[in-house]
Design a protein around this ligand. Sequence first.
Ligand code: HEM
Length: 417
Amino acid sequence: MDTLLLVFTLLLSSVLCYLFFFSKKRSGALRLPPGPKGWPILGNLLQLGPKPHHTLHALSKAHGPLFRLRFGFVDVVVASSAAVATEFLKVHDANFSNRPPNSGAEHTTYNYQLRPLASITSQHSTVRTSTSDELVLPPEMTYTTFHHHHTTTLWLLIPGSYPKPWRKHPLAETPPPTPSPAIPAVSARRRCCLVTRLILQDLFTAGTDTSTSTIEWAVAELIRHPKILKQAQVELDSIIGPARLVSESDLPNLPTLQAIIKESLRLHPSAPLSLPRMAAEGCEINGYCIPKQATLLVNIWAIGRDPAIWPDPLEFSPARFLPGGANESVDVKGSDFELIPFGAGRRICAGLSLGLRMVQLMTATLVHAFDWTLPDGQPSEKLDMEEAYGLTLQRAVPLVVRPVPRLLQKAYESIEK
Ligand code: HEM
């Protein structure tokens, strides 16, 4: 009887031990990030609202800086703090270097030929590296960048250099005879038209709205803050004077202007949710299981307003980036995760250097060459700063301003030459 009891006890404890460890393992494997309940089939899609970055920011307050949604059948994880963004875009960067598939990119860009939306391949990274090198450019920047971008896009289009090229396009039937990473290989007239179109699509999609909206927000903030505008003009006058316009070589000598652009990108990042990434494999982040093929959204907009990092986060205060300021050492180039308007990691904006310089140069020129007033004597503090939502962060009400020239006549004459 004693033996029977012993055997029974041993059996029971083995079963309990097995159940305990098994259930622990299972619950560990299933520990997904927390998140709001969604609708059957649609998941959380209907909850996003007209300004998803605002909605996701509000959700992060309820569910934490790493939370999960479902868009239909797709798992979506949202990173809303610098620490969580570092985990995804630095520690696990390789795992999140692909973009999720989407039918828009497939059908409107000849099967993912538009780089910002394409998945990464070894060719992609080679091409990207060479492009990035060439994007860090001295004076003749714009032309050179366009030229290299042109070359790069041609490489992407040459059969064999990219996955399933031309598959969705009638030109697929007439590939060039010698696949080679060189421009002469692309000779057909029609192909050139398509190439030109893709170059423009690539450049315009990624580089146009992003840059113009940043400039528009920066000028709007300066109009709302006349003291900071004056400070920038004093700096510009002392370095450039009244007889010529700003040139690119002046930019390193304009710390206030640089701080103004950083502050504008912090409050008004032109891609508030960055561009989506996708988990190549399942992985564990912050103790949560991130499922394979989950889409990652990084709420750059929310990170830029995190009160734990930014004192008075809603204030437009470029001084925070100036010597002695609270965020003096923070830069926008992808290594300081509290300020990542250009993203970070392998898929960081390929036009970072060009985009930043363009925005700085354009804003500096506008601020230096003109005084700005609002039409009909509107008070500047009443300027509407409401956001509209699109792929980029645009103003709900476009900026309408009256420029008043403030330099010597000969400075403006140089534009006409
Ligand atoms: C103020 C200006 C700009 C901002 C704020 C900006 C922001 C961004 C962001 C947030 C991403 C996604 C990065 C990531 O996934 O981590 C991106 C990607 C990209 N940007 Fe920009 N961008 C700007 C200007 C430009 C310009 C001027 C160009 C080219 C002429 C450009 C080309 C690209 C490309 C090609 C990608 C995709 C990179 C890839 O997927 O590998 N961008 N940009």
